[in-house]
Design a protein. Structure first.
Length: 434
């Protein structure tokens, strides 16, 4: 009995399968035909379609380009913001990031001195190392008949190189005695070496910085430029006491503190704040007269700023996309009016309302999708230009997907009403219109 039922059921199953396959092929042919009609309509009105897309192009371009810039900056910050090691933080007189003029109470803060560096080093033996540093930019150094301009000069204690992740290439760094004794020595960054000594080893050579002649005792391994304007390869470093002798003592130093591990950072930071408050003579009622900086704090500041910029940018992009959606709806309404007789003829020949509805919806979605594609392409072009100008930008694929999905969604929403109007036209009324 069971075999008889099975053999009887087979033809019905096969017929159902063939019917589904036939229906699927018919649906595919219908959608292909809709795409062909949409492309034909765009080709017949290229200028109108292009002008309609401007709002969507601008909106998608802005979203993708902005996300690319923020993504590239974030990646660069994760790599080398501030030049500090992952378990290093810095105590400094003023905040690293601020907008507008600083409040008077912050501007009146006392300078951090070399004596403060030594006092904190003694008060914080649990830290891996404590060092001092100070910077001066835009200097000129000459040697072997060549001159390097716009050089950054860093004065430091021996911890300068390890705390700033600047490994020594050739030669050596200055030691504690040289740092405190204002020894006439210098360590050169790789870009400075390229300019001053393009054909030889600079170690042991003499260079002139300002009024002083210095001996080159080492070089810094090549690091590569930073997106935030710094280039550690265009750096030279001299002993901190020599720096103060050369450029004056009336400036504030930075103190860098290395924890034994990244896990100990928070504890060492708290201990450093307490110790430095005592060194600065602050009682419990007074606020800190110094700031603390680390890669984590810089990243948190950047994330906060990026969130604000992103929110503002998305609002602007939303308005642009709304304008683009209105443009798409307008052109689709015009298309329905212009093609009234075509719609009436198709319906008179048997086209269903759903087929006419789908045709105009596909046209609207395809039009908006083309705008999204153009916006993404322009964003990629801007990214390539940014890389050519040494400015970081990385296009995240989620931003590309978001731009295309949003633009297509705008087209879908903008096309529903015109498509509904087209599908509701009566064949007789449509054919009577000229």
């Amino acid at each position: 009995m069971s075999s008889g039922k099975s053999s009887a059921a087979m033809p019905a199953t096969a017929r159902a399968g063939r019917k589904r396959a036939s229906g699927f092929r018919a649906t595919v042919r219908a959608r292909v035909d809709d795409l062909r009609l949409a492309l034909s309509a765009f080709g017949a009105h290229r200028l109108r379609a292009g002008l309609t897309l401007l709002g969507i192009v601008i909106g998608v371009f802005t979203v993708v380009a902005m996300m690319s810039l923020l993504n590239g900056l974030q990646a660069s910050i994760d790599k080398d913001m501030g030049g500090l090691g992952s378990n290093v933080f810095q105590i400094q007189r003023l905040p690293s990031f601020h907008f507008g003029q600083l409040p008077p109470e912050i501007q009146r803060r006392k300078n951090i001195t070399l004596a403060d560096v030594g006092a904190l080093r003694r008060a914080l033996p649990q830290a891996e190392q404590v060092g001092g540093e100070v910077w001066e930019g835009g200097k000129e150094i000459s040697g072997d008949g060549h001159t390097a301009e716009g050089v950054m000069v860093g004065g430091g204690t021996p911890e300068f190189f390890t705390n700033n992740m600047l490994p020594i290439g050739e030669g050596r760094a200055y030691d504690e005695g040289e740092a405190m004794g204002a020894a006439r020595v210098v360590v050169l960054g790789s870009s400075v070496v390229d300019v001053l000594f393009p054909r030889g080893n600079p170690v042991g050579q003499r260079v002139r910085l300002g009024r002083l002649e210095l001996e080159v005792i080492g070089t810094i391994e090549r690091q590569g430029g930073s997106p935030l304007g710094g280039n550690p390869d265009n750096l030279i470093s001299i002993p901190i006491s020599l720096f103060l002798e050369l450029y004056g003592t009336g400036r504030s130093l930075n103190i860098t503190v290395m924890a034994k591990s990244h896990e100990e950072m928070a504890r060492i930071q708290d201990q450093a704040i307490g110790a430095f408050r005592i060194i600065r003579g602050l009682d419990a009622q007074k606020d800190n007269d110094f700031d603390m900086f680390s890669n984590d704090s810089a990243r948190a500041t950047f994330d906060q700023l990026a969130g604000t910029v992103t929110a503002a940018g998305l609002v602007i992009c939303a308005f642009s996309l709304i304008v683009g959606g209105i443009g798409v709806m307008n052109i689709m309404l015009v298309a329905v009016t212009e093609r009234t007789r075509e719609i009436g003829l198709r319906k008179a020949l048997g086209a269903r309302r759903s087929r006419v509805l789908m045709q105009f919806v596909i046209e609207a979605v395809l039009l908006a999708f083309f705008g999204g594609v153009i916006g993404v392409m322009l964003a990629f072009g801007a990214t390539l230009l940014g890389r050519f100008l040494d400015f970081p930008a990385q296009v995240p694929m989620w931003a590309v997907a978001l731009g295309l999905v949003v633009s297509s969604g705008i087209g879908l929403l903008a096309g529903i009403y015109p498509a509904w109007r087209a599908s509701r036209l009566e064949p007789a009324d449509a054919l009577r219109l000229e």
